[in-house]
Ligand binder design. Structure first.
Ligand SMILES: *Cc1c(COP(=O)(O)O)cnc(C)c1O
Length: 359
């Protein structure tokens, strides 16, 4: 098989070695004579996978003991309503930092839940190309919601806002497990697995345990964090195959040297492509302001839009797929998540240089 470099924003590239391992175990899991997908989630065979996935996340991400790691369904998008349902406090407003498309969607759901919300910032006017340095946070907020990495616009918080103890809720769907986390103010960190941790179908939700006290009786059982926490995310049937793939992914990350090792690689990878943009004498124009450039989604446009189709066609011919940018930004987006090898970024940077000099 000729493997391509897949720069898609999500579902996204997975390490080849875990795909190969999974392909063997998909038919006969640990000599059980069954696929893991056929195994009851109430058996030791599955529970071992489930618990190992949780343990690996705690270990690799240095999750403190006062947090639970939950596996939920409905995507990161379902957290947009579960967060206000479970964590808002009557009489207090929730603060939302709007730095891109996903933050807007999170805010919309909080409003549908009829929660009081305030916008802490909104960079829509500049098409979400920056993140304000000093986001003012009043002390009477119930929680503060941010999107650590805006996948579409390619802007990333380099330092989380100081919330002084107000629970910080982070949508980390596109940069989870990519750098070391300071858990100090965090109340909840959530991420759909399909960008940086596995296939689509499971959402990783890491919740500080004291927040369960904020739940009220009107929340449906399935939509309460405490339901899943009490049952170790086995209240109902979990997406067993997705959690298995997530477990393999965390093992891969651990063997590679963990978060510190991947963070270094991610920086190196992103620098290769940003350098190709900055040294192109204006042929490529980066979308994000330099100080908030994402290490996961590199967004840029070609000065001459008429070359977009040619850029896509020629990159595809060289085995680089998924580079077309989101329509709201245009141009190109190179998603270079944990599983993207350095060689993929080297190849893209090289291609960008050649393409610019030829055109
Ligand atoms: C992809 C993405 C989502 C949506 O995730 P789903 O699992 O598809 O619901 C939410 N937030 C961010 C930052 C994303 O990148």
């Amino acid at each position: 098989m000729k493997r391509v470099f897949n720069f898609s924003a999500g579902p996204a590239i997975l390490p080849l070695e875990i795909l190969e391992k999974a392909s063997k175990e998909i038919v006969n899991f640990k000599e059980s004579g069954m696929s893991l997908m056929e195994v009851s989630h109430r058996t030791p065979l599955y529970e071992e996978v489930h618990n190992e996935a949780i343990a690996l996340i705690k270990e690799v991400y240095s999750v403190p003991d006062n947090f639970d790691v939950l596996f939920l369904q409905g995507g990161a998008s379902s957290q947009f309503f579960m967060v206000p349902m479970n964590v808002s406090v009557s009489g207090k407003s929730a603060g939302y930092a709007i730095t891109g498309t996903w933050g807007e969607k999170a805010l919309k759901e909080a409003k549908i839940q009829k929660r009081d919300v305030v916008m802490l910032c909104n960079t829509k006017e500049s098409n979400f190309n920056n993140i304000p340095k000093n986001i003012e946070i009043k002390s009477d907020l119930s929680y503060v919601h941010i999107t650590s990495n805006e996948t579409i616009q390619g802007v990333q918080f380099k330092k989380y806002p100081e919330t002084n103890g107000i629970p910080l809720i982070i949508d980390a769907s596109s940069d989870v497990f990519s750098y070391k986390i300071d858990w100090k103010n965090i109340g909840i960190l959530y991420a759909g697995a399909q960008k940086n941790a596995g296939p689509a179908g499971v959402t990783i939700v890491i919740v500080r345990k004291d927040l369960y006290e904020r739940e009220n009786d009107s929340i449906p059982t399935m939509l309460r964090y405490s339901t899943h926490a009490k049952e170790n995310s086995l209240y109902n049937t979990p997406p067993v195959w997705c959690i298995y793939m997530l477990m393999l992914n965390m093992k891969w990350l651990k063997n590679l040297g963990g978060i510190d090792a991947i963070a270094k690689l991610n920086e190196k990878k992103a620098n290769l492509i940003y350098k190709a943009i900055d040294e192109s004498a204006g042929f490529y124009i980066g979308h994000a302001e330099k100080s908030v450039r994402s290490l996961m989604n590199v967004t840029f446009v070609l000065k001459n839009k008429e070359l977009d189709a040619k850029f896509i066609k020629e990159s595809e011919e060289l085995g680089m797929l998924g580079l077309k940018g989101h329509r709201s930004v245009g141009g190109m987006r190179a998603s270079i998540y944990n599983a993207m090898p350095v060689e993929g970024c080297e190849k893209l940077a090289e291609f960008m240089k050649n393409f610019a000099s030829k055109n």
